[in-house]
Design a protein around this ligand. Structure first.
Ligand SMILES: [Zn+2]
Length: 85
């Protein structure tokens, strides 16, 4: 799964969020995604970044794949909610 130049992973254990998509204007169950690299620096032969500035989280619309960034606290709350279901 790729959005723009970033590669992201859907956090399957997290709760989904029903919200209005800013892009397609549909109310959809947005999935939490995890963009592990942020602004990252790595060696060309290394697949994993050696250092990243932050771990970015976002909510992705399943219809148009528009993503909005959310804070780490919000993301962790969704993961806790998903795991408790
Ligand atoms: Zn959308």
């Amino acid at each position: 799964m790729r959005f723009g130049r970033y590669s992201v992973e859907v956090v399957k254990c997290a709760a989904q969020v029903r919200r209005l998509c800013d892009n397609c204007k549909n109310v959809t169950d947005h999935a939490l995604v995890d963009e592990p690299c942020g602004l990252s620096f790595g060696l060309p032969f290394s697949k994993r970044p050696l250092w990243s500035t932050h771990r970015a989280y976002g909510l992705v619309c399943p219809i148009c794949t528009w993503a909005v960034e959310i804070s780490k606290d919000e993301a962790q709350a969704l993961i806790r909610k998903g795991q408790s279901q």
